[in-house]
Design a protein around this ligand. Structure first.
Ligand code: BMA
Length: 328
């Protein structure tokens, strides 16, 4: 039993015990990738996607790059969070009056629940990348809200509850292209429309090379008794382009701009064929995590090589011990 995670139990969480010969704190699902190429007739690749428990099963919002290479969001359903059924039409957004409010493209969704409402955030065309925000209560009607940021920004992630009475969001100001810089910032809002009280959370480290080009928040932060557990991606620039790895950090519960721990080394980096080979080689890009509070089990969903969806596992007590011993 674990006492660390503040949250619900999820006995049906996808899970595999850590292999006996594995010394690292994160281990991959043995049947990765769980979504392979051409998952639906209109889509070539589903990756960088987000999932949640819903009605005794699971629901997901998937980034699917279409056969014309433009990305959009598709709903997914699953009974075990491993085999996914993706709907072929894209998610169709309406405004608060019910009129169509389509997106021109949408990618890298995050999905989370605050009280009785599910929120979806994605990289939206303003024009130019900015943070799109929408909500649903039933995964049938999807209502688009005001974009949470001006361009250029990516990797917008809401916290799963208000902090000191305000909605809180992490994001990563960027440029309009393949941004060669990027730090994680925190913003607050009373109503999900007006954002302010901006704070710097973490900069791309100039001494740990795996994260020295840019960083961006991954799944919605996980509430633990010691702080918000945040998985994030970090990028190094090589002669062959960017390499995306994953790190973990712990942010203060009351003031998440305060970083308590931040892993010195990556905890997951492209090593498997499905991570090193694909549309964009050498990318692991976490966007979601399922959590079972009583056991401390965490299943992290990540995009691999901008081509596949994969899962990695960790256990929160072991991860926290790792964070204590391996942070700057
Ligand atoms: C980033 C985003 C991600 C993508 C990554 C690697 O800028 O566009 O969607 O996984 O690049 O291509």
């Amino acid at each position: 039993m674990s006492q660390l995670i503040i949250g619900a139990s999820l006995p049906k969480i996808p899970w595999e015990e850590k292999p006996g010969n594995e010394s690292r704190v994160i281990w991959r699902y043995s049947n990765n990738p769980i979504i392979k190429r051409n998952p639906i007739p209109s889509g070539a690749r589903a990756f960088n996607s987000a999932v949640l428990p819903y009605n005794d099963a699971y629901v997901g919002v998937f980034r699917v790059d279409h056969n014309n290479t433009r990305p959009n969001l598709h709903l997914g359903t699953s009974s075990d969070a491993i085999k996914w059924e993706l709907s072929d039409p894209i998610i169709n957004w309406v405004d608060e009056k019910g009129n169509p409010k389509p997106v021109s493209y949408a990618y890298d969704p995050r999905l989370l629940q605050i009280e009785d409402t599910f929120y979806i955030m994605w990289c939206d065309d303003f024009p130019g990348p900015s943070i799109g925000l929408g909500k649903t209560k039933d995964f049938k009607t999807f209502t688009r809200l005001e974009n949470a940021t001006m361009p250029f920004n990516r990797n917008g992630v809401l916290f799963p509850r208000k902090i000191n009475g305000l909605y809180a969001m992490l994001s990563r100001p960027s440029d309009s292209g393949h941004t060669p810089f990027g730090d994680i910032v925190l913003s607050y809002s009373p109503d999900l429309t007006y954002w302010g009280k901006h704070r710097l959370v973490m900069t791309s480290s100039k001494y740990n090379w795996w994260q020295d080009t840019k960083i961006g928040a991954g799944p919605a932060p996980i509430e633990t008794r010691e702080g918000w557990l945040l998985f994030y991606h970090g990028v190094v620039t090589t002669c062959n382009g960017f390499v995306y790895s994953m790190g973990a950090s712990l942010l203060d519960l009351d003031d998440p701009s305060k970083v308590i721990y931040r892993t010195r080394d990556y905890i997951l980096t492209p090593e498997m064929d499905y991570e090193t080979t694909g549309f964009v080689p050498n990318v692991v890009f976490p966007c979601a995590a399922l959590v079972d509070a009583p056991t401390g089990r965490i299943a992290i969903y990540y995009g691999a090589a901008d081509t596949y969806t994969a899962i990695a596992f960790t256990q929160v007590d072991e991860l926290m011990e790792f964070l204590r011993k391996n942070s700057d």
